[in-house]
Ligand binder design. Sequence first.
Ligand code: CTP
Ligand code: MG
Length: 160
Amino acid sequence: MTDILDLAFSSFVLIIPAYIANSVPVLARGRHPIDLGRSMGDGRRVLGDGKTFEGLFAGLFFGTLAGAVFGYPLHSFLLALGALLGDMLGAFIKRRIGIERGRPAPVLDQLDFVAGALIFLYPIYQPNWEQVVFIVLVTPPIHILTNYVAYKMGLKKYPW
Ligand code: CTP
Ligand code: MG
């Protein structure tokens, strides 16, 4: 019992800066798209209006701050940066396969940011495989639940 609690606790402490970096942009109400409104040869936006500079910087700032208060500013900076770039890559892939901004892409929507976060963290810190499995399993339900709450609160246009 204490083993699983230790695993849960250490995994959450590890990934929290990524969660914060991924959720704060929703509150930023950004208006300046990172792709500068441009489209690609396929006629679709590079990233779309859901990825803004305001969201990127707010996520980076608060995600980094979350770890900095515990004395791990570099870890949390890498987690936040990786989370935001992973989310942008997710949006890029969605646009290329024809999924519009805000429309759901199961699995990709829930895990793009944790994958980015863990990859960016890896050079300076290697979580053990149990932590990675725990994070991959618990993030999708948490993501779905928090997005639904944000939707109900009127913060998000769609519940995913
Ligand atoms: N957001 C932002 N800048 C970012 C990331 C997110 O401004 N770099 C904001 C946008 O308002 C976005 C909201 O956070 O709508 C929720 O993010 P997400 O669900 O990832 O975006 P979607 O609107 O679903 O767009 P996409 O289909 O491109 O993922
Ligand atoms: Mg989305």
